[in-house]
Ligand binder design. Structure first.
Ligand code: ATP
Ligand code: MG
Length: 570
């Protein structure tokens, strides 16, 4: 395709609204334009990348027996009432009414709809397993749509749903989906890791997330560096071995003055104690009222674990006046002794024998606080975030952490939706049984952005060749020079004949502009027709490695193919 005819509106300036590099580069390189917060138009280059990503996904979904369908985006509320998620999904669900005042939503996911479909169409064990998938828009009114395509409100997802006769079938399906996802992200040329995950609002019991590794990732992954062990989980889910604090000396509860000492550092510094001997008391709003979470001073609360443990839908840290009203003391002096609130005690706190804690009184703390003796420890759980260096829950080796972007997730749903939507089948004996379901999803648009987060440099994007918008750009340095223009045309035809996708930058622009755009857009390979054309040679350049080779026209296609393979091509 001729670049002069393509809509590739590149920008020289970094757009002010773009916080993350993928957003900046995709705007600058002319891939996307923003329409509203979290809502984008995909221009021709983006559309080419998205269709490559979809193509790889389709190959692998079809390979495990998936059948592609398309379900509507507009879903009747009735389906969501049946599963109970009309309430549970909360403000993230885009809700609307038709002219008859009937309620609908824009689909954030399709468990209800696909299960209702299968409930109506499938009767017999002979029709199972059944795997249905689609690639289509999803809508989520995210609290903070941000980071460009990474967290949109309208985005493209591939979602697959599996229906099996029993748990064994689901276990097998899960393996297949998991392996298919490994192949999908490998084929895309991305560095990624599969990690254990929390199941969140979708429900179900077992889940893995696929994380594209990138420093800018929102997610933190904890993993065991011992490959034989292989433990890896996202921070929301990650656990560590409990290493009990050596039993301190039990002593009588003692009130001490800690004037103006509010933070963990201030209090422990003032008292000359390590942070791990302090009990941090945090108050949270929930739909059932306030609750307290207790972790050691050197730890952070894992709000996902806490939410699960409390069994609540809403959880938000309480501040200022709320804390003062509940504890009778200014912020910084809350503690569990005498606190009349539901309390979740982290298991490390429960293991302390003698700790420091706020006294629920201004400028005062208690010494020698003994959990169980001085406050109830009826609700003990692991509610802390793991950190690098914590012992692996499987083998005890110190865990490492790395940042990542969640691009896909695999779930075991079990019978939750088949019972709610009455998806039953008759087995060999004619007995009616609920189907056992699994599901997996890939964020197609998020994957495109994640690929950029992972693959770029100061000059622009470096697409892995398998998902690049074009395999190569052919660039005549001077379009006014007939020999260069003709050589570029010939090379362009040769590449097409070899089955390669090339763009021909035939714009009458200065060479500097064209070179800059080629780097910004991130074509894996650039073929330059310049002064060596006189000798019958063109220059082939690898975007990733910077390798340059002069080849004669007959050797161009082969060289481009070699450089593409080195650049994550297929
Ligand atoms: P997150 O935890 O990031 O909000 P999720 O766990 O809610 O995502 P799933 O329901 O598992 O997401 O959806 C499957 C995939 O869809 C995710 O792995 C992700 O790649 C993609 N996805 C989810 N939400 C968004 C979004 N707001 N914008 C773009 N892609 C998204
Ligand atoms: Mg997820």
């Amino acid at each position: 395709m001729r670049v002069s005819q393509l809509l590739i509106p590149t920008l020289r300036e970094v757009p002010a609204e773009a916080e993350v590099i993928s957003h900046q580069l995709l705007l600058r390189a002319g891939f996307v334009r923003k329409v509203a917060a979290g809502v984008y138009t995909f221009l021709p280059l983006a559309q080419r990348v998205l269709s490559k990503i979809k193509g790889i996904i389709r190959e692998e979904m079809n390979r495990i027996g998936g059948q592609e369908i398309v379900m509507p985006i507009v879903q009747p509320a009735e389906l969501w009432y049946r599963s109970g998620r009309w309430e549970v999904y909360g403000p993230e669900l885009f809700r609307l009414r038709d002219r008859h005042n009937r309620e609908f939503c824009l689909s954030p996911t399709h468990e209800e709809m696909v299960t209702a479909l299968v409930a109506g169409e499938v009767r017999s064990y002979k029709q199972l397993p059944l795997l249905l998938y689609q690639i289509q828009n999803k809508y989520r009114d995210e609290r903070r749509p941000r980071f460009g395509l990474l967290r949109g409100r309208e985005f493209i997802m591939k979602d697959l749903y599996s229906f099996d006769r029993d748990q064994e079938g689901l276990d097998l399906r899960y393996e297949e989906m998991y392996e298919a996802y490994n192949r999908v992200f490998s084929k895309m040329g991305l560095r990624f890791r599969a990690v254990e995950a929390d199941t969140g609002a979708i429900g179900g019991s077992v889940s893995h997330e696929f994380m594209v590794l990138a420093d800018s990732g929102e997610a933190v992954v904890a993993y065991c560096p011992d490959e034989a062990c292989g433990y890896a989980a996202n921070a929301e889910k990650a656990e560590s071995l409990l290493v009990p604090e050596p039993a301190g000396e039990e002593g009588p509860l003692e009130l001490v003055a800690t004037p103006g000492m509010r933070t963990v550092e201030e209090v422990t510094g003032f008292l000359g104690l390590p942070a791990r001997r302090l009990i941090k008391t945090l108050l949270y709003h929930t739909e059932r009222g306030l609750a307290a979470a207790l972790v050691r001073g050197d730890r952070e609360v894992n709000e996902v674990k806490l939410q699960r443990c409390l069994g609540v839908l809403e959880l938000e840290l309480a501040h200022g006046e709320t804390v003062e009203a509940a504890t009778g003391a200014p912020v910084g002096f809350a503690g569990p002794v005498g606190l009349e609130l539901p309390m979740v005690v982290d298991r490390e706190v429960a293991a302390l024998k003698s700790a420091v804690a706020g006294a629920n009184k201004g400028d005062a703390h208690f010494l020698n606080v003994c959990p169980g003796r001085d406050f109830p420890v009826s609700n003990v759980a692991d509610i802390r975030l793991v950190a690098a260096g914590d012992p692996c829950p499987r083998c005890g080796a110190p865990l490492d952490t790395v940042r990542g972007i969640e691009v896909g997730q695999v779930f075991k749903l079990g019978e939750k939706y088949s019972l709610a939507m009455e998806a039953f089948y008759l087995d060999e004996q004619g007995v009616k049984r609920p189907m056992v379901m699994g599901t997996c999803g890939i964020g197609v648009t998020r994957t495109m952005a994640a690929a950029v987060e992972q693959n770029h440099d100061a000059d622009g994007i470096i697409w892995p060749a398998s998902i690049a918008p074009f395999h190569a750009v052919v660039l005549p340095v001077n379009t006014q020079d007939p020999a260069q223009a003709a050589a570029a045309d010939r090379v362009y035809s040769l590449l097409a004949a070899a089955g390669l996708e090339a763009a021909l930058d035939d714009r009458p622009e200065r060479p500097g502009v064209k070179f800059k755009d080629a780097d910004l857009i991130g074509y894996p390979v650039r073929v330059t027709a310049g002064r060596h054309v006189a000798e019958g040679l063109v220059e082939v350049h690898s975007r990733r490695t910077g390798e340059n080779v002069l080849v004669n026209e007959a050797g161009v296609a082969e060289t481009v193919k070699r450089l593409m393979v080195e650049n994550g091509g297929r």
